[in-house]
Design a protein around this ligand. Structure first.
Ligand code: SAM
Length: 245
């Protein structure tokens, strides 16, 4: 297998850094699809960053400043970890709900969200109202969510409930996500696809032996592998000063 960018971060593939299927492996594929050509002057929002591992990766790989925003993790807990990494000048932890974020419109070069957007972004119109305005013209949004394979579209309840309970309703197919993200004159390019990556992110989560990982593992052959995938979403915002033809 070719070396992946995320191989460098292997020492973090454990608890408390991973909170689910390996977020860095998922991010690798998004960045292959849509490289973020950023500099230390640029700003990224890592939305639903969890423990901030993806924020560390993003700043190390791009040089940009990362706002590491999360609801469940305390700002103080993430700040402590960021200081342990020596990354406090480039990663700024923020705690709170996505709906209460205080960024100026057009102030971010990119927004990245791994394994969290399905918790808050599943309403049609949310992307155009809350997410796209924050990005600069020419900026990008990269999202990865766990989802349903196309052939089981709309039937998450029937297939996933014994594993996830009510949370199963957050799992949608790529086609459903395409509709949820929607179109807008401000979007110059978008792509929604089933990621190639699947086994490695899951296996590395199981390797942590976290209680939740061991529980997920029990459902892998019966539910996770046959019915689910990871859905990637890439959106580029139009820059009116640029020609696209
Ligand atoms: C499964 S964890 C994934 C964390 C991290 N991105 C990763 O891949 O390891 C989902 C994250 O979504 C965040 N989240 C859920 N609802 C949110 C909301 N309304 N606003 C901001 N973050 C939210 C949670 O705080 C949680 O850390």
């Amino acid at each position: 297998m070719n070396k992946l960018r995320s191989d460098k971060y292997e020492r973090y593939f454990c608890v408390p850094y991973l909170m689910g299927p390996n977020s860095l492996r998922l991010l690798d594929e998004l960045l292959d699809m849509c490289p973020l050509d950023l500099t230390p002057d640029n700003k990224i929002l890592d939305l639903g960053c969890g423990s901030g591992l993806t924020s560390l990766y993003l700043t190390a790989e791009t040089g940009a400043t990362v706002y590491a925003a999360d609801l469940w993790k305390q700002e103080s807990e993430n700040r402590k970890r960021i200081e342990e990494w020596g990354a406090q000048k480039r990663i700024i932890p923020i705690s709170g709900d996505v709906n209460d974020l205080k960024f100026e419109p057009g102030s971010l070069d990119a927004i990245v969200s791994i394994d969290s957007y399905h918790y808050f972004g599943g309403r049609e119109g949310f992307f155009a109202e809350k997410i796209l305005p924050l990005v600069k013209p020419g900026g990008s949004v990269l999202i990865c969510v766990p989802g349903l394979k196309k052939q089981y579209e709309g039937r998450a309840d029937a297939y996933l409930r014994s594993w996830l309970g009510d949370e199963c309703l957050l799992f949608r197919s790529a086609d459903e996500w395409r509709k949820i993200i929607g179109s807008s004159p401000d979007i110059v390019e978008s792509k929604v696809w089933d990621l190639f990556g699947f086994y490695i992110p899951w296996q590395e989560w199981f390797n942590t032996s976290h209680d939740y990982a061991l529980r997920d593992k029990m459902f892998f052959d019966r539910i996770i592998r046959p019915f689910t995938c990871f859905v990637g979403i890439m959106v580029r915002k139009r820059d009116l000063n640029k020609r696209y033809w």
